[in-house]
Design a protein around this ligand. Structure first.
Ligand code: CAA
Length: 241
């Protein structure tokens, strides 16, 4: 039977590319989304991938959503924590609300999802957890103290949990995309993007969502069974660790 993969924020941007790539690789895919019904309906119509609406920032909603998916599709073998938001502002202008929203979704959301799925993976002695962090969790980014803190937190979470999952056949890894040509990046002021960001990318272009999706498919595969606690950077050479 096909393995089941659940992708949060899986109907748009990098998440949509991940959902499609996992489907093409033979997985039964469920795509979670939080807000945009039109995008989710269009995505399902285009791909045949079912979408499920809840906010990853809400623990009880995660538990209910995952229960529904497991009843409909079977136990989740592969969890891709991709859902993320930005509330960019220079720190002296950042509001507590902007801080909280980003931490709740981008960091606590990863806890909420993984915590709910973890017990089943341990019982079945198999699991793949793939956390989509960011270059800005590695290097920090002016205007993103909230986002950089959350994404760096995701990397610490990945490394700690990899150690706990290892004996139970669960790998936990992170991917740090650089600047990828999604709505989130295109929302940056054009002047900032063209004058301050793209010139810092050695390959001279934004990445494609599919370039992240292919790394996810690899980490989900049996071939990647010895890789755990790792961070794959996919950023066009913008930052090395
Ligand atoms: N480093 C140091 N200082 C910087 C800076 C930088 N990178 N960027 C801006 N500043 C300084 C400016 O020079 C300016 O200083 P002065 O007032 O002394 O002139 C001050 O900060 C304010 O700059 P802005 O006029 O740009 O301020 P703003 O309030 O209009 O905009 C901002 C602030 C919204 C954060 C804007 O700078 C911005 O959008 N920056 C890009 C942030 C970014 O990279 N976000 C990534 C989003 S995509 C994503 O998150 C996906 C992923 O994982 C990569």
């Amino acid at each position: 039977m096909a393995k089941v993969a659940l992708v949060t924020g899986g109907s748009r941007g990098i998440g949509a590319a991940i959902s499609k790539a996992l489907k093409a690789a033979g997985y039964t895919v469920a795509a979670n989304y939080a807000g945009n019904d039109d995008a989710a309906n269009g995505f399902t119509a285009e791909t045949g991938i079912k979408t499920y609406k809840w906010s990853v920032a809400d623990y009880d909603a995660c538990a209910a959503g995952i229960k529904q998916i497991e009843e409909e599709l079977g136990p989740v073998d592969v969890l891709v924590n991709n859902a993320g938001i930005t509330r960019d502002a220079m720190f002296h202008k950042m509001t507590p609300q902007q801080w909280k929203e980003v931490i709740d979704t981008n960091l606590t959301g990863v806890f909420n999802m993984t915590h709910t799925i973890w017990g089943g993976m341990r019982e079945r002695k198999f699991g793949r957890v793939i956390n989509i962090s960011s270059i800005n969790g590695q290097k920090g980014q002016a205007g993103q103290a909230n986002y950089s803190a959350a994404k760096a937190g995701d990397l610490g979470f990945t490394k700690a949990l990899a150690q706990e999952g290892a004996r139970a056949g669960i790998t936990v890894n992170a991917i740090c995309p650089g600047y990828i040509g999604t709505e989130m990046v295109r929302a940056i002021d054009e002047k900032v993007l063209n004058e301050r960001i793209i010139p810092q990318i050695p390959v001279g272009r934004l990445g494609e969502p599919e370039e992240i999706a292919r790394a996810v498919v690899f980490l989900a595969s049996d071939d990647a069974g010895f890789i755990t606690g790792s961070t794959i950077s996919a950023n066009g050479g913008q930052f090395y660790v």
